[in-house]
Design a protein around this ligand. Structure first.
Ligand code: TNX
Length: 572
């Protein structure tokens, strides 16, 4: 497959100002900034349209706007926080988001129990959400938060640091779009008044990045993590190995990366993550309350491993490196004990590096390992994972294998009626839903989308949004659904800009299915709320697809170059 990135340079990731009333065209000198920080709110320049309390994506569980109240962030605002390391880290994260653009000092200080202070306060406590009259009393749980904005203060309360973090992401969306600018902006930093009480519908909300078909640098992965965090996703699944490349260092089998990592689709140089790289990704994700789910795809999708270690191949002969896009031809020898040593070593090293509970073992499209041989292989690998103290995840093809404690299947079919998966659920499996015809971010939006596939159909934003994870699979009750995940396979994806082009604006649609109550599901409302994110992405220099389904606002203008200029057909 030709490499689309060969046709032009990556777009600039620094957003130029396009509307002088909103975004300045220059970076103010330090003296300007100091002056800006001392101005009162009424002096500030930009009457940006106030964000609406009910315009958040994903939609919160309860929103009660108070149109009479507006809080304005100023140079005097402090961030107060419960004295707890996790909460403090969230406060520092908020300060780091706001300081560069506002120029305000925003000191982080321990919270004090006094009446309204004019500050932002993050409180970590067992805080029951105020129940709506018809609801039973409830708590905010592991990820919920409560946000109150009055004219004199902003408070976020949660039972966990993760809840505070999600509350901060909501707060960010309630500020003017200019808050996303990488350079300082003179704006009136107003927040709409009212209260939000919010909790996720599903515990698992994820996206997958295939770093095997094309390799992506650590910095690119960190930026994808930022996109997940904005929309309250809490898992990043990394597809670390495939026919075209092995991307994670394994000390006991070094040629996996030194040989198996040097190829990718289209003949590029590939690459791999050292253990230090991988840890950096994990730490960056953890600081954003995101768990990394590493996948080693077995027994198929293993050509790169066979290139490095022909002893794992059924015929013990090294195949040529593979840089095409076919699937289903390779497999490690299920009849050779050495294969299980390999699996135990690889998964053992990966488990030791991975603090999260999950190990994903793939299991898809192993067309040449059939019936009992396939099932026996999967069962043995499942036992290896359990022995490492981890919970096994596999693509739904592993369904016929015996149940092991906690087992999770990832559904990627396109027909919501699969008795084999239903049977595995009855034997105790839980499901992550990634239906190929709704959640696959490598599908094209429309026939003229310049990259991506269409084997599962075209997926515009409405199609990504219009399904219910709770009822999607026949015979699978909502209680068996752990959550949703949007996979991005990268056979045709070669740059960060292309990743973002396919991710946005569909990722927020999947995020809303994972987070928001089914009662909030509403395409007309979603497309209006999502529209406000275009200016945010443009301001941050993030590429996205300006699909005509969404009524993107005209002000501030979205710079044209963020419509992925290297993709050719969409550029005038
Ligand atoms: C199917 S989904 C695959 C991947 C491909 C993808 C392309 C799954 C578990 N396997 O190997 O990359 O289609 O859309």
């Amino acid at each position: 497959m030709p490499s689309p990135s060969a046709t032009g340079p990556e777009p600039s990731l620094t957003a130029p100002a396009t509307d002088p009333t909103v975004l300045p065209t220059h970076e103010p000198a330090a003296a300007d900034l100091a002056m800006l920080a001392t101005r009162t709110a009424s002096d500030l320049l930009t009457p940006a349209p106030p964000a609406r309390l009910d315009a958040v994506v994903p939609a919160p569980e309860q929103v009660e706007a108070d149109p009479t109240a507006t809080f304005v962030l100023t140079g005097d605002t402090a961030i107060r926080v419960t004295a707890h390391p996790g909460a403090r880290a969230v406060a520092e994260h908020l300060a780091a988001l706001l300081r560069p653009v506002t120029g305000f000092p925003l000191p982080v200080a321990d919270s004090v129990d006094v009446a309204p202070t004019g500050d932002l306060t993050l409180t970590l406590a067992h805080t029951p959400a105020t129940p709506a009259p018809a609801r039973p009393p409830t708590t905010l749980g592991a990820e919920g938060y409560r946000l109150d904005v009055t004219s004199t203060e902003v408070r976020i309360a949660a039972e966990t640091a993760a809840g505070l973090f999600h509350g901060v992401q909501t707060l960010r969306q309630l500020l003017p779009a200019a808050v996303e600018s990488p350079t300082p902006v003179a704006a009136r930093w107003a927040l709409p008044g009212g209260s939000i009480v919010d909790r996720p519908r599903f515990a698992y909300r994820g996206a997958m990045l295939d770093v095997a078909r094309h390799f992506f640098a650590v910095e690119d992965v960190l930026r994808v993590i930022d996109h997940l965090a904005r929309y309250k996703l809490n898992h990043l699944h990394l597809h670390l190995t495939d026919d075209q490349g092995w991307r994670i260092a394994v000390d006991s089998w070094p040629r996996l990366t030194t040989l198996g990592g040097t190829t990718e689709v289209g003949g590029g140089p590939g690459g791999h993550y050292t253990k230090t790289d991988y840890q950096k990704i994990i730490e960056y994700a953890a600081a954003r309350h995101i768990t990394v789910v590493p996948e080693i795809d077995l027994p198929g999708h293993t050509n790169s491993a066979l290139v490095a270690y022909p002893e794992l191949a059924p015929d013990k002969v090294a195949p040529p490196p593979y840089t095409g896009t076919e699937v289903g031809f390779s497999y490690v020898d299920p009849a050779d004990e050495r294969t299980y040593d390999f699996v135990a070593d690889v998964l053992g090293e990966l488990a030791a590096l991975t603090p999260g509970p999950w190990l994903h073992i793939g299991g898809d499209e192993a067309f040449k390992v059939k019936g009992e041989v396939y099932t026996g292989f999967v069962e043995r690998v499942q036992r290896i994972v359990a022995g490492l103290g981890k919970t096994v995840v596999g693509w739904h093809q592993v369904a016929p294998a015996a149940h092991v404690d906690g087992r999770v299947l990832q559904w990627w079919g396109t027909n919501g009626d699969d008795p084999t998966t239903g049977d595995a659920v009855r034997r105790g499996a839980r499901l992550i839903l990634s239906p190929g015809n709704h959640a696959y971010l490598d599908m094209k939006y429309a026939p003229d989308t310049p990259i991506g596939h269409d084997w599962a159909g075209l997926i515009d934003v409405r199609r990504a949004y219009d399904w219910d994870p709770g009822t999607h699979l026949t015979g699978v009750p909502a209680e068996a659904v752990l959550g949703v995940e949007a996979p991005l396979w990268t056979e045709s994806v070669t740059s960060l800009a292309e990743i973002e082009y396919l991710l946005l604006p569909r990722l927020p649609a999947i995020a809303e299915l994972g987070w928001s109550p089914q009662a909030a599901h509403d395409w007309a409302g979603f497309r209006e709320r999502l529209a406000g994110h275009g200016p945010r992405w443009a301001t941050a220099g993030i590429t996205f697809h300006r699909t005509p389904e969404i009524p993107w606002p005209a002000v501030p203008a979205i710079p044209r170059q963020y419509e992925a200029p290297q993709l050719g057909p969409e550029i005038p």
